[in-house]
Write a protein that binds this ligand. Structure first.
Ligand code: HEM
Ligand SMILES: [Cu+2]
Length: 570
């Protein structure tokens, strides 16, 4: 292994293997281009669901909804995740990447898959939406594109695993792998399961669309498809939680409160979240109530527990790090004096709060078999998952990007002033958007529906005026969030392709000081000192957690009460 294969970043101290670095850049750039395509589709879809605008005709609406769902949830997120896997293995372990040539093959397959799938949807005969439920047929290339992409991603997973093996063999780290890498490993293991499920469901469906198989059972399709569809959300959660820990370390030099607890929490994802796939099948006939209730009401809570542990330990570790720096006044000085003008931090923190309060609480409510029925298949559902995959995952990845622009791409962040506002526009816009959707869904507004007014339909239905108001608020806040997304793309593209190079003394172009605290992501836990009130190391975080639990319990109870009122038993 020759040393000119490596470069050490002077500010962060991170060591990049050059072939790995080029691959990370390629994956990240493709991811951002996809985000742009998905974002344009988001705008058109949002403007159609906003009743006062109702922009597109029906066929275009479903076509663009397909473009939006597939590009965002599958292509954007997974492309970025492969970059994260390479970063967490090769970079954090200071190790060469296993078989860069094979990794490029994976990249090529992913890119070809993206093009083949998008071309099929653009062709107009594959508007089957992301879930592509049979017997709704799509152009065979729709499935083929997804399969090629998945094979490419699987190769990426194996390159990651191979790199871990090399790091262990060549002893590039001591003890166990760092927590952030452990989180990435969690994501990778779940990804392998997810992609296998995807192969089991999509290969036969592709053959069916080509006419080689004449029947696919619709119920069976849904069960296997959701082993793919739900698990892929777990990859996202594991990956964005790993990003939260990384950012806490990067910005604050924070160390996890307890490495062991955090690792166990990651392990709970592997063990239990697959079972929660059942929450997508809660009204499907042919599945027993016992099976549904066990998988959603029992096993799922163990995965929720894991997320709550991370949601507590990440801000807790930040609080401890801030208190150690002397920000010890009252319960919240550590948070008030956090670098709110630094988009790496603000984006990550909004991601954490939005994911927990909006995505998490609504997820538990929806995952409960009995109260699910109030909002099943309404626009509440996309309300919930935009809080998880957009505020949670996408915003966390955006925050990390602000760190990667200088460190990985060696460019200063362009339009630093705009970048500072970006997480707020995107995060707050999305929060209002998701809450409005959840409100409209509670009033019964359908998801994936071109015309909520049912104009000229045989069986009409009148919504209260408030449902239209909420859909209008959804439209406006959606446009605000899209503006935030557009700024992100502008900042990244201009920085990466036209930006000023980072010279050692020039700084990163972002409002805060130089970020040079990468050590804690690499070095496992060194313990921490307690410095808070009430004998607690992180009393402010403790109070936040109590607040979270109170909201959680209240909202849960309100839903049961509501169920009782819409479904009188006497
Ligand atoms: C500012 C950003 C975004 C806006 C305004 C937006 C808006 C929307 C709207 C209006 C719908 C249609 C809901 C319906 O009629 O049922 C939708 C669906 C969807 N969105 Fe987004 N979205 C955004 C970003 C994202 C991102 C980043 C992701 C994933 C990472 C995502 C994933 C999805 C998915 C999976 C669907 C469902 C597609 C389907 O029903 O097949 N969205 N979005
Ligand atoms: Cu799910």
């Amino acid at each position: 292994m020759s040393n000119d294969q490596f470069r050490t970043c002077p500010e962060s101290g991170l060591q990049f293997h050059k072939p790995a670095e080029t691959l990370m850049r390629a994956h990240a750039v493709v991811a951002v281009v996809i985000l742009l395509i998905g974002g344009i589709a988001a705008l058109l879809v949002t403007l159609t669901r906003w009743p006062a605008v109702h922009l597109l005709p029906a066929d275009r609406f479903y076509q663009l909804l397909t473009t939006h769902g597939v590009n965002m949830l599958i292509f954007w997120i997974i492309s970025f995740e492969i970059a994260i896997l390479y970063f967490c293995s090769s970079t954090l372990l200071r190790c060469r990447l296993a078989t860069p040539k094979v990794a490029w093959l994976g990249f090529a397959l992913m890119l070809i898959g993206i093009i083949v799938n998008n071309a099929a949807v653009a062709n107009g005969d594959a508007s089957v939406m992301m879930t592509s439920y049979v017997p709704m047929p799509a152009n065979p290339n729709f499935y083929l594109g997804l399969i090629l992409f998945a094979v490419g991603a699987l190769i990426g997973c194996f390159v990651f695993l191979g790199t871990l093996v090399i790091a262990k063999d060549e002893k590039t780290y001591e003890g166990s792998i760092p927590l952030v890498t452990f989180g990435a490993l969690t994501a990778c293991i779940i990804a392998v399961f997810t992609i296998a499920s995807g192969a089991i469901v999509l290969i036969p469906t592709w053959l069916w669309s080509l006419g080689y198989i004449n029947h696919i059972d619709a119920a069976m399709y849904r069960i296997v498809w959701w082993a793919l569809g739900h698990s892929s959300q777990q990859i996202n959660v594991a990956a964005h939680v790993a990003v939260w820990y990384a950012i806490a370390a990067i910005v604050f030099g924070a160390r996890p409160l307890s490495e062991k607890v955090s690792r166990v929490a990651f392990f709970l994802y592997i063990a239990f979240l697959q079972l929660a796939s059942a929450h997508h099948l809660l009204v499907d006939p042919g599945l027993s109530a016992e099976w549904k209730i066990f998988n959603t009401s029992y096993a799922m809570y163990l995965a929720v527990l894991a997320s709550m542990v991370h949601g507590l330990t990440v801000p807790g570790s930040i609080e401890v790090a801030q208190r150690a720096k002397g920000l010890t006044n009252g319960l919240f000085e550590w948070l008030r004096k956090a670098p709110w003008g630094n988009p790496i931090f603000s984006g990550m923190f909004i991601s954490l709060i939005g994911f927990g309060f909006i995505g998490g609480i609504s997820g538990v409510v929806m995952g409960t078999e009995q109260i699910n029925i109030i909002i099943h298949n309404t626009i509440y559902v996309p309300g919930h998952f935009h809080a998880t995959v957009v505020i949670g995952t996408t915003l966390a990845f955006m925050s990390l990007t602000y760190f990667l622009i200088p460190v990985l791409f060696r460019k200063q962040v362009a339009f630093a002033g705009l970048a500072k506002w970006q997480p707020y526009l995107f995060g707050i816009g999305m929060s209002v958007f998701t809450l409005a959707m959840m409100g409209a869904g509670t009033l019964g507004v359908e998801r994936r529906h071109w015309d909520m007014a049912f104009t000229n339909s045989a069986l009409g239905f009148d919504y209260p005026a408030s449902a239209y108001t909420l859909m209008g608020i959804m439209g406006i806040s959606g446009v605000v969030a899209i503006l935030g997304g557009a700024i992100f793309i502008l900042v990244t593209v201009v920085s990466v392709f036209f930006g000023k190079a980072v010279e050692s003394e020039s700084g990163y172009g972002i409002a805060t000081t130089r970020l040079s605290r990468a050590d804690p992501i690499v070095v496992p836990d060194g313990g921490h000192e307690a410095a808070g009130k009430w004998g607690l190391a992180a009393p402010g975080t403790f109070l936040l957690a109590i607040f979270f639990l109170v909201i959680f319990v209240l909202y849960y109870a309100v839903n049961w009460k509501y169920l009782a009122s819409v479904w009188p038993m006497s």
